[in-house]
Design a protein around this ligand. Sequence first.
Ligand SMILES: [Zn+2]
Length: 454
Amino acid sequence: MSFARIAGAALLLAVLATAATAQPTVSDLPQLGPRAAPTAHVQVGSLPSMDTTPAFNPVQATDKYLSRISGAVRARSDAYFEGGYWLQLLDLVYALGLAGLLLWSGISVRIQDWAEERSHGRSYQVIFYVAAYVPLIAAATFPLTVYEGFFREHAYGLSNQTFWQWLGDFGIQFALTFAALMIVLPLLYLAIRRTREMWWLWGAGLAIAFQILTIAIWPAFIAPLFNHYSPLPDSPLKTQILSLARANDVPADNVWLVDASRQSNRVSANVSGFLGTARISLNDNLLKQGSPDEVLAVLGHEMGHYVMGHVTREILLGGLVILLGFAFVHWGFLFACELFGGQWQVRKISEVAGLPLLMALGSLFLFLATPVTNSISRTAEYQADIFGLNAVRKPDAFASVMLKLSTYRKLEPGRLEEIIFYDHPSGRTRIAAAMRWKKEHIADADIRDTAQLP
Ligand SMILES: [Zn+2]
């Protein structure tokens, strides 16, 4: 999905997101300490009058976990993640520059004329234009794509692919994108011609419908083009996973193992699909690098996404962003054409020669909307963390596996940095949540023995 947003709404959402993430830190305040003690007293009232609640300091425990990743390893993952911020800006500047080049040089109008000569109806003209435009853009951005997707990943030791394997995946991605745009863009221009001033509402509807369709067919038709999915192999761990799934009303046949090591050594898992196609995928890197408890801790998180209907949440909130995006593109187009339409020979949105401008405005909106889209994702991820902690009850396994994610995500960002750039909570936030959970459960039979950890 890819389009747009507005400063006011972003600000509002960012503030809301800040409020949401600020909430948890309340229980880190010292006044909770004294309150916890009397409760424990009541519980152990029948025992020989002694408070057996072990001492546990969640702040110290969090710092202790975080200190395990330090020195060169820490510097490397920080550099990888921070470099990503600049790449987002570079991608935008490059995309805008390319669009400007196509418009000011007259190339876009020439492609439009070429398409017109070869086609009878307006829809065919759009199809011919798109057939030339998409490969042109892919070729022009290829050096950047290769650097970001292949060389940089290898430089940070994250990729397991040879160049040809990477190129194969890129080829599949390009073919899918090309096919999708050949269908969606002619439909969009049809909507523009038919509905005129209201086109952006129809365009947003089209984009949302297309997004839902993509999410629904992803697990069965698209994901298998890149990876192999299989049922989890039998093991005591599988028995535990299936029990966890039953306890949380997640259909067991929805838990799969994916050979993510085909592409990289990143530890991860995810929930994909929608309604009947929803599926939890555990990646083989996690199975290889994690302890059984760590795998369970991650799957508890993924089951949280499933149980709390986060795909639906994403579609609804993402739909709002898309709607704002199309509004931004609509008024942005009118504004830009007012200024430069004469030089570009583009007067109306219905002229396909204006497609580079539509795309440029879409890229600009998405860039500006990054804090909002990231916050939509990050708040759901945090909910899933809490769900997983409650369901699995292994805060230390959760904390240690979070350190394993730090190969590709900076562990301790600043507060604003986390809101703007993080689509998942930072390692510090997630480990702090786990340790806070542990403190509140330290008197429980299954948790008290772990009080000396980490
Ligand atoms: Zn998640």
